[in-house]
Design a protein around this ligand. Sequence first.
Ligand code: UD1
Length: 355
Amino acid sequence: MKVLSIVGARPQFVKLAPIAHALDAAGHEHVIVHTGQHYDEKMSDVFFADLGIPAPDVHLGVGSGSHGVQTGSMLTQLDAVLEEHDPDWVLVYGDTNSTIAGALSAVKLHYPLAHLEAGLRSFNRRMPEEHNRVLTDHAADLCLAPTEVALAHLTDEGLGERAVVTGDVMTDVCLATAERVRDRQPDLPEGVVAGEYVLSTIHRAENTDDPDRLSAIITGLAALPYPVVLTAHPRLVAKAKDQGLDLTQGSLHTIEPLDYPAMVGAVQHARAVVTDSGGLQKEAFLLRTPATTVRTETEWTETVDLGWNVLALDLDRLTELVDRPAPEPTDATPYGDGNAAAATVTALEEHLPRR
Ligand code: UD1
């Protein structure tokens, strides 16, 4: 079986790692296409190095741009790549512009398309990620759902017959990495002590691109009564600069994006996480660090239902939310047991369309 993976943004490299290893272990051929959506070393290369992912076979080098420009630039190059490699499956990941570009190119050329992390829904149609994931699910021949909740969404949309629950591949990487870094002290900014800081990331367009909202978030974080280690995505740095917002005010200790093992270590040693990242909400849950999510909804509803994540609907209450009583301990595993990549490869083998 020949699988062609299309990735381009930071969280996709994390998901690619266990898939690349599982495909290799099962003796399958795997072609990796990097669209170049993320290109800074700390947003891309370090993930390949730290997670042992083979170098991409193809790099499209598209870089940044508006949604249409970025997605279109991927599309103009992908047809030739798919035809050259002629895969049995095109595998796309998550919900970024690289996902939708890969999906469109595959279906137009009649290549079987599998969508990893299918069925997630925020039901917020203003999010670019929501367009990307809904359209990709409906184009896919095989929807690889990470959870039962995701499967229920697919079933509601008439896609249940094409869906398989595999568990979440991010659980595979997160738990394996946590084991590797367990005894390592996190590399913290001067004066910040393990166990006493809040770890934060803010990067989503709905937070960074609305000046009033971004200002309220940064002011709220700066006012927390704990040191806040803010790992800053380039989008946040650029938008804060445009607005003259100081990312070092109050409690803030702003640092560059962390590589994956450092991020897992930083979550493990934090007293709390404040984020708008889907991946980080879940990693916080897996590592049992309470999270507060700076969004009006979440796709990872299990983290909220189990009490380990709350939505910061009112930014004025951020301190109160971060300081809430510790959640009930739980041994629930809504995201699987760390074997989702092997289950994904089995699903691809079992559903391989005849060509
Ligand atoms: C993208 C995904 C988002 C995902 C996130 C993970 C889409 C629509 N969004 O958002 O779902 O959660 O990746 O990080 O695909 N930039 C750099 N260097 C880089 C990459 C980006 O400086 O290596 C800057 C550029 O100014 C760019 C901006 O960040 O314009 C946004 O990058 P882009 O890839 O458009 O989207 P993300 O915000 O990263």
